[in-house]
Design a protein around this ligand. Structure first.
Ligand code: M6R
Length: 605
């Protein structure tokens, strides 16, 4: 979490940093700050609680021509949301920004007697204090010495008062990318803040010390050797990371789904069959597997659950879906014949990354489904299937989710083919239907007005229930997460048949129950469960396929997805549940794209 940025060049730095922080704000937004280093007047530091906009207002009247500085947008971990705890942190001649967690900051505070000089409650200020304590004019030596003492994850941007025009940086686990361009250098937590300056960039290698200056970036390993990082080129431009006329990123990203799906699947269909040749994914990982473990968090995990439903039903291969943060600490049952599929939009989620490492250590091959090119999870995996959603800025994941599902479907098809479980004709038919899923989403998006009415109905409800069976139950889990995270309404997802074992006690007059019943094979069963809640006074919204018309004895409102095979209904259903959450949050006047307490990229345990 947290977004950090550093710029040094031939332009005044303050506004560049603040604009960059706006691009990074989705990573954390409880407070923000900038520090610029002027060779004549020293460090100018401004911090503010609230969003970057507050910082911008507070810093607007401050004139500084300094052309070198660092900035930070925070998601609090150590210490509350206060100006003192906001970054950057200064100690003596050192000013730093940090993303990550220093696990041994308390021990270091005691060991080096720092308690009395610290002004904040953060782990970060301890690093600033140590850098200042050991600094004798050689930044490289000092950083190396301090980093040797640190346990945990960190991306650090550092200014030394007597090093004008220079930013020093180092990282472990927490992400940073950097670029040198005509007139300066920039470093940031992710590309959205870099791309305005350069389309060529590099992923900062772990445990390497960077020196950024107006003339370029020097990279050295911890033995002092110069290193040439691999230069990558980004294949999208900044307009993809802007709202493009939509009131919110989330709505824009919901609308982008058909195109994102097309970009993800089309290049992997050769002669009507799925092929991962261009991704360098070896068919042997499919040939030899006995079972699959899917590991992920949040929405990405829900995409994994859809994958499980499909693979188990179609291929009869056992699949378990694991919450990455649980998987890490349970000594999972995995061996060389287990294929681990890791799913992550950002490719930086720390729990998922650590789970990946555990799988690898047990001999399992790891195939990851990742959206962000060059991210840590992508780099650590044996094989990567990149989704091509483009940048996803809204904290609530939408387009990343549906492309993750499409990637799961491609994997299922290839697996079925390679193992001889499905014939070529069966796979071709499956792939044709998958290719048509974008059209189903487009039609659903076009009919979004009726979804807005549902949102108006539920916006004042204290509780909402989603119910479904089979694949629709997995969709309910995602629907519930989406509604909770951006509308702050308590929402539970229940397997429709399970309600009667306790939760139905919560159903009273006018409690909204949204029943997802797109799977034809269990439709009648779900309708029975719907009747159970309806007869207890619930306000029922039924999501079904076209052609299933129910009267007011069953539901109060019905929304239909276009008619399709049950396993492909998920794409259109996803649009409906995303729009319900979106319109509800918007109707409540909430900050749709930046819900409270959250951050887009979760790089802490
Ligand atoms: O970047 P990742 O896909 O690894 O992120 C995993 C979750 O943090 C993420 O899906 C989260 O649940 C979404 N923001 C929910 O909309």
């Amino acid at each position: 979490m947290c977004g950090i940025i550093g710029y040094t060049g031939d332009q005044p730095a303050k506004d560049i940093l603040i604009n960059g922080l706006k691009q990074l704000e989705y990573r954390g937004y409880d407070s923000a700050g900038v520090a610029v280093l002027d060779p004549d007047t020293g460090v100018f530091l401004k911090k503010k609680t609230g969003k970057v906009e507050e910082l911008e207002k507070a810093a607007a009247s401050e004139e500084t021509k300094a052309t070198c500085g660092i900035g930070h947008t925070r998601w609090a971990t150590h210490g509350g949301v206060t100006e003192e705890n906001a970054h950057p942190h200064s100690q003596g001649s050192v000013t730093i920004c940090h993303n990550g967690i220093i696990e041994n900051y308390k021990e270091l505070t005691t060991e080096y007697g720092l308690k009395n000089i610290l002004k904040s409650e953060t782990d970060t200020e301890v690093v600033a204090a140590l850098l200042d304590k050991f600094y004798e004019g050689d930044p490289y030596k000092t950083i190396k010495k301090v980093v040797d003492l640190l346990a945990g994850s960190f991306a650090l941007c550092i200014l030394f008062d007597d090093q004008p025009g220079k930013i020093f940086a180092i990282r472990n686990v927490s992400p940073m990318v950097a670029a040198a361009f005509d007139g300066g250098s920039i470093i940031a937590s992710d590309l959205t803040a870099v791309i305005n300056f350069s389309k060529k960039y590099f992923v900062v290698p772990e445990y390497h010390i960077l020196t950024l200056s107006e003339s370029g970036i020097a990279v050295q390993d911890l033995k002092g050797r110069a290193v040439e990082p691999e230069i990558l080129e980004v294949n999208w431009d900044i307009t993809s990371a802007q709202k493009g006329g939509f009131p919110h990123y989330m709505l824009k990203e919901i609308n982008e789904q058909p195109a994102a799906l097309e970009r993800t699947i089309a290049p992997r269909i050769h002669d009507g069959l799925p092929s991962f040749e261009d991704d360098g994914i070896d068919d042997d990982i499919f040939k030899n597997l006995s079972n699959i473990v899917i590991v992920a968090c949040g929405t990405a995990m829900h995409a994994g659950m859809v994958g499980k439903s499909l693979i188990e039903a179609k291929l009869r291969i056992p699949v378990t879906v694991e919450i990455a943060s649980e998987f890490r600490y349970k000594d999972p049952i995995i061996d060389e014949r287990t294929l681990t599929i890791v799913v992550s939009q950002s490719g930086e989620t720390i729990d998922t990354l650590e789970a990946l490492k555990i799988s690898k250590s047990k001999g399992s091959k790891v195939l990851s489904i990742v959206n962000v090119k060059g991210s840590t999870i992508a780099r650590e995996s044996d094989y990567v299937l990149y989704t091509h959603a483009g940048p996803e800025i809204a904290v609530a994941s939408t387009k990343a989710y549906t492309v993750q599902i499409s990637a799961m479907y491609l994997i299922a098809a290839r697996l079925g083919l390679v193992k001889g479980i499905l014939s070529e004709d069966e796979v071709r038919e499956f792939i044709t239907k998958l290719s048509n899923a974008g059209e189903l989403m487009t039609r659903t998006i076009e009919a979004s007005d009726e979804i807005r009415h549902v949102a108006n109905h539920i916006k004042n409800a204290p509780d909402v229930f989603y119910i479904g069976r089979g694949i629709d139950y997995t969709m309910s889990l995602e629907a519930s997460l989406k509604l909770k995270e951006i509308s702050y309404i308590h929402c539970e997802a229940y397997a429709a048949g399970e309600l009667k074992h306790g939760t139905i006690a919560l159903i009273a007059e006018q409690v909204p129950v949204i029943a997802i019943a797109t799977d034809e094979s269990v439709y009648a069963k779900v309708i029975s469960n719907v009747r159970e809640v309806k007869s207890r006074g619930a306000y029922v919204i039924l999501i079904s396929q076209e052609g299933k018309v129910e009267n007011s004895e069953v539901c109060d409102k019905q929304i239909c997805i276009p008619k399709t095979d049950s396993e492909f209904g998920v794409f259109a259903t996803a649009v409906i549940l995303q729009l319900i959450a979106y319109y509800t949050s918007d109707a409540k006047g909430l900050d749709v794209d930046k819900p409270r307490n959250l951050a887009k990229s979760v790089t802490v345990e």
